[in-house]
Design a binder for this molecule. Structure first.
Ligand code: FCB
Length: 485
């Protein structure tokens, strides 16, 4: 590998973005045309896993493996979005959403992960997209939200280079079929999770625990992203292409050198590895050095970084929390390190309140992330493609869900978005995670992130207080700071 040019790129100071904040009934008005959305992902909501020719994905296999998902939950039924998409789109329209972010299940479109296309699978997404367009809701399509066709995992999965080529082929198929009506395309959702939770910690499908495989998977995911971007661009359509990264605000617990180095490591593997690769076409030298302790790097070939750095039209950011980190315990842990360098990092609490996931609530961290990306990387339109919180929602005797904690979370994070825009950050839209309560991966159905409550026994949808609140935000294109809100 010669082209992963390791010198830091210069930071170019720039004029603030010229978005004008709208005049509206809101105290904190957002720019005209700001996109207001909600997000879901195929395996978390669709169900219908064996219908109309869909093949198995790594998440079907994983969730059916005893002990992998809390309570033995699976996505077999999920929230039946595959069958209920029409009424779900009607619900979105009632809330006033202007965009819906969903993902396409690769094994629905290409059950073997290569070769034959399953037309019935593509047709489902065409129907969904048409339904959205009829309701003036912009479809935001993600090509990969973690559900790799099982046959590709059997052939080696993301640690194998061929999977990147297969992903580009699949991307071109979906883009050919839907690129006339879907304008916003995202290649991958959170490749960090696919690589490091999937192949190193084993908390996610396919559940492997091998740090070297995870390092290779990360590169091949990014290569797949670059190849897919180029394949879609080659079609010459007026589509916008981006990627969604899960970025974190990172703080060292103290200025002790071990804590500062832990912050460098976690920032490196969570943020800079992916940002530098896709926006600068290079890998950070310190992260490669950390990786080289677990594997050689000969899977990174000449020319790969140029493909990975293919210019994008937008960057999606998923933000949930800040990581406060310290150096290793004394004596250091002897537990197997789930990812390269993890033995040097301890996650510590800052004492802030947490959500039902145990994630600290830190809206300043969102502002920090947005300002950092704007300052350090080439100007690129930004979208918050996920932000939200799980809380232990309950249905009251009146049949409502009064999730004031979620409203406070969303309000604080949207206030941070507003501040970012005011300081010139080119933030163009926000997607709440999630539209509906759904299958929260290894946590099964135990964690509720939805704006809309789902009764899993009856599939009844109950818009929570936060859904009504969000509808108000959308209607006035902004936030009110007075207590009547
Ligand atoms: C993100 C995932 C999304 C959801 C939220 C809570 O990491 O992209 O599918 O599970 O976390």
């Amino acid at each position: 590998m010669t082209d992963s040019d390791l010198s830091p790129a210069p930071v170019t100071p720039r004029e603030p973005d010229t978005q004008t904040l709208g005049e509206s009934a809101a105290d904190l008005g957002f720019p005209d045309g700001f996109l207001w959305g909600a997000a879901t992902a195929a395996y978390q909501v669709e169900g219908a896993v064996a219908e109309d020719g869909r093949g198995p994905s790594i998440w079907d296999t994983f969730s059916h493996t005893p002990g992998k998902v809390l309570g033995g939950d699976t996505g077999d039924v999920a929230v039946e979005h595959y069958h209920r998409y029409r009424s779900d789109v009607a619900l979105m329209a009632e809330l006033g959403l202007t965009a819906y972010r969903f993902s396409v299940a690769w094994p629905r479109v290409q059950p073997d992960g290569r070769g034959a296309i399953n037309q019935a699978g593509l047709d489902f997404y065409r129907r969904l997209v048409d339904e959205l367009l009829e309701h003036n809701i912009e479809p935001w399509l993600t090509l990969y939200h973690w559900d790799l066709p099982q046959p590709l995992e059997d052939a080696g999965g993301w640690p194998v280079r061929d999977t990147a080529e297969r992903f580009a082929e699949y991307a071109a198929v979906v883009h050919d079929a839907l690129g006339d009506r879907v304008k916003a395309w995202t290649t991958l959702n959170e490749p960090w999770c696919s690589a490091f939770l999937g192949y190193a910690s084993g908390d996610h499908a396919p559940g492997r625990r091998d740090a070297a495989s995870a390092v290779r998977a990360a590169h091949h995911l990014l290569l797949g992203h670059g190849l897919a971007t180029q394949a879609m661009r080659a079609a010459g359509r007026d589509t916008q292409i981006g990627i969604t990264l899960n970025l974190y605000a990172i703080s060292a617990a103290s200025d002790d050198p071990a804590d500062v180095d832990a912050a460098r490591r976690i920032d490196g593997i969570q943020n800079r590895l992916f940002l530098d690769a896709v926006l600068r076409g290079r890998y950070p030298a310190d992260v490669l050095a950390d990786f080289s302790t677990v594997t050689d790097l000969d899977h990174i070939r000449d020319g790969d970084l140029a493909i990975i750095g293919t210019p994008l039209d937008m960057l999606g950011i998923n933000y949930y929390t800040r990581h406060v980190v310290a150096g290793p315990a004394d004596p250091p842990s002897t537990a197997p390190a789930p990812w390269p360098g993890s033995e040097w990092v301890r996650f510590v609490s800052s004492g802030r309140p947490v959500t039902a996931m145990g994630w600290e609530i830190d809206s300043d961290g969102l502002l920090e992330v947005l300002r950092r990306v704007y300052a350090e990387y080439p100007t690129i339109p930004l979208y918050i493609t996920e932000n939200g919180a799980a809380f232990d929602d309950e249905v009251t005797s009146e049949g409502t869900v009064e999730d004031q904690d979620r409203i406070a979370y969303l309000d604080a994070h949207l206030t941070a978005c507003h501040q970012a825009i005011t300081s010139g950050v080119p933030l163009k839209g926000y997607f709440a995670w999630s539209l509906l309560d759904n299958f929260e991966w290894a946590w099964g159905y135990s964690k509720r992130f939805g704006l809309v409550y789902v009764d899993y026994l009856t599939q009844r949808r109950i818009p929570k207080a936060s859904a009504r609140w969000y509808a108000g935000v959308i209607a006035r294109n902004g936030l009110v700071t007075s207590s009547e809100d």
